[in-house]
Ligand binder design. Structure first.
Ligand SMILES: [Zn+2]
Length: 169
């Protein structure tokens, strides 16, 4: 995607993302290089990430236009994690393997620590509990190492739930 001014970016894609996530999303577009397409609804998938090592074309993320904004955002995070794994490992990593999980966890943590609880409602049923834990932990400034370890365990089960719910390919 070519670099957009923020206003232009919001005009083009703003209505698809939850308002509170726009800064995070815009930052991703500013700092990474990929094509982004909003497509007509597809029955078989909600979004995807594609690349061609042969054609060396720009990696591409697409998301269905008919998702609610929070789901749209979740699918974006999911595909963004694929993109990040691709930029680090090309095709050496499994598509939902440990490298992908790490990227997905990182993206979620950075969103959760800033986003209002409303955003997290979609990650029911344990999401509120997890969010509160994140917030309490960050407030208490527990040692980063401890946070990362315990968060990781919780996120893994949460990703599982989230994936079941979204069934993103
Ligand atoms: Zn995937």
């Amino acid at each position: 995607m070519p670099k957009f001014l923020k206003e232009e970016f919001i005009a083009k894609t703003g209505k698809y993302f939850p308002p509170e996530t726009i800064d995070f999303v815009y930052f991703q577009f500013e700092t990474h290089l990929f094509n982004f397409r909003i497509t007509r609804p597809r029955v078989t998938k909600k979004g995807d990430f594609r690349y061609s090592l042969i054609r060396k074309s720009l990696p591409s993320i697409s998301i269905n236009s008919n998702l609610c904004s929070y789901e749209f955002f979740l699918v974006f995070l999911h595909e963004l994690a694929h993109y990040k794994v691709f930029t680090k490992f090309e095709n050496q990593a499994k598509s939902h393997g440990k490298e992908w999980k790490n990227e997905y966890i990182l993206a979620n943590i950075s969103v959760i620590l800033k986003a209002p609880v409303r955003l997290i409602m979609i990650w029911k049923p344990f999401s509120i509990l997890i969010v509160l834990l994140f917030r309490i932990w960050s407030l208490l400034k527990i040692l980063i190492r401890e946070i990362v370890l315990s968060v990781k365990m919780k996120c893994l089960s949460w990703i599982h739930l989230c994936e079941q719910e979204l069934a993103v390919p």
